[in-house]
Design a protein around this ligand. Structure first.
Ligand code: OTD
Ligand code: ZN
Ligand code: ZN
Length: 347
């Protein structure tokens, strides 16, 4: 079948975004808002967003950072810390501020030093979320230094996530940025309670790309990209039409200088190229017919929100996006994710 030259779908949403704050927010918000109608905003600021009032103020700053000709709705999350307050969780949900709460195992990724040290520490908070119908979003990696970096997701599923599902039978959970076939299988095994987000970069390259011809910091993020067999499992899941899998870019901007150094930051800034890369993956898999489900339908369904009514059109054309984005407030740039393989879609 010939590949279509245009594809019209409902406007997509991004169910996992780091927009940062201050000058970085000013520079980045527009790129997410150009592509997506809504986004789940990650709370890993410094200090993290743990209170309803902080989330509400952050939401105002995000709205103010988006150009007024773009319609964009930030969906806020609570950063869970040890002893997370069940009352604050329930109140924020009731007041329409929190959409979900985020679980970072302590030290798992950027700005996760305040993360949770054991599930006992958040049991009361999770019970409140169960009652309030508030999903838990998890960064699914153990942080035990004795566990190999490439095994941390698979070990998390057995050691942490499976017991958590049993302990909180009413809790809906999203396994964020899945990177392994084990992660895919875990989500598939709990279709009534679980969702999984998949990033464009984990669909595009495997771990070899990080080291091809030298160390390449702009391909470094956490969870780290795995072997090819895992990338293929992610591509099958994302393009399958299974409603449990949905779009989450995990765009995580860092200035170019803080990535290109001796101890570079983890995170990939993909907001300007996200839909183009996803469309390329779906085209390569011969499943463009399932892009709308992944990008625009499965997420709202999981979160009990209506899908967007507005339509957008992707066109078959070479990727046309600058290599860097300026951050005027800091006199710095952010390097935009650029796949090694051709991207034949524009947005
Ligand atoms: N991964 N970087 C960041 C977050 C994500 O785990 C994540 O969600 C970040 O910089 O905030 C990263 O590599
Ligand atoms: Zn994460
Ligand atoms: Zn993230």
């Amino acid at each position: 079948m010939p590949i279509p030259q245009t594809l019209t779908i409902r406007r997509p949403d991004d169910w996992h975004v780091h927009l940062r704050d201050g000058a970085m927010l000013q520079a980045c918000a527009v790129h997410t808002a150009r592509q997506f109608a809504r986004a789940i905003i990650m709370p890993n600021l410094v200090p993290p967003v743990t209170k309803v009032a902080e989330a509400s103020a952050y939401r105002d700053r995000i709205r103010a950072a988006v150009p007024s000709d773009l319609k964009f709705e930030p969906l806020m999350t609570c950063y869970l810390t040890d002893g997370a307050d069940p009352v604050e969780l329930a109140r924020g949900k009731k007041e329409g501020v929190w959409v979900a709460a985020k679980l970072y195992p302590a030290h798992a990724t950027t700005n996760s030093a305040h993360g949770v040290t054991s599930m006992d520490q958040v049991a009361k908070g999770l019970e409140a979320m169960e009652k309030a119908g508030m999903p838990l979003l998890v960064h699914g990696e153990v942080t035990d230094p004795d566990v190999d970096l490439f095994d941390r997701e698979a070990v998390f599923l057995d050691k942490v996530l499976f017991p958590l599902l049993k302990r909180h039978p009413g809790l809906k959970i999203v396994l964020e940025h899945i990177t392994t076939r084990e992660g895919v299988a875990f989500v598939e095994a709990h279709p009534d309670r679980m969702g999984g987000t998949i990033t464009p970069h984990h669909l595009n390259y495997n771990r070899n790309a990080i080291f091809k011809g030298g160390i390449r910091p702009h391909f470094y993020c956490l969870p780290i990209a795995k072997r090819e067999e895992h990338r293929l499992a992610l591509r099958r899941a994302a393009t399958s039409g299974n409603p449990a899998f949905f779009l989450g870019t995990d765009t995580a901007p860092h200035s170019t200088d803080t990535k290109e150094c001796a101890c570079g930051c983890a995170g990939i800034f993909n907001a300007p190229v996200a839909m183009q890369v996803y469309a390329q993956v779906f085209a390569e898999e011969g499943r463009l017919d399932n892009l709308e489900a992944f990008a625009s339908l499965n997420g709202p369904r999981f979160y009990d929100l209506p899908p967007n009514e507005e339509k957008v059109t992707l066109r078959a054309a070479p990727l046309d996006v600058p290599e860097t984005v300026e951050v005027p407030g800091l006199s710095k740039t952010i390097t935009v994710f650029r796949p090694d393989t051709p991207v034949g879609w524009s947005f």
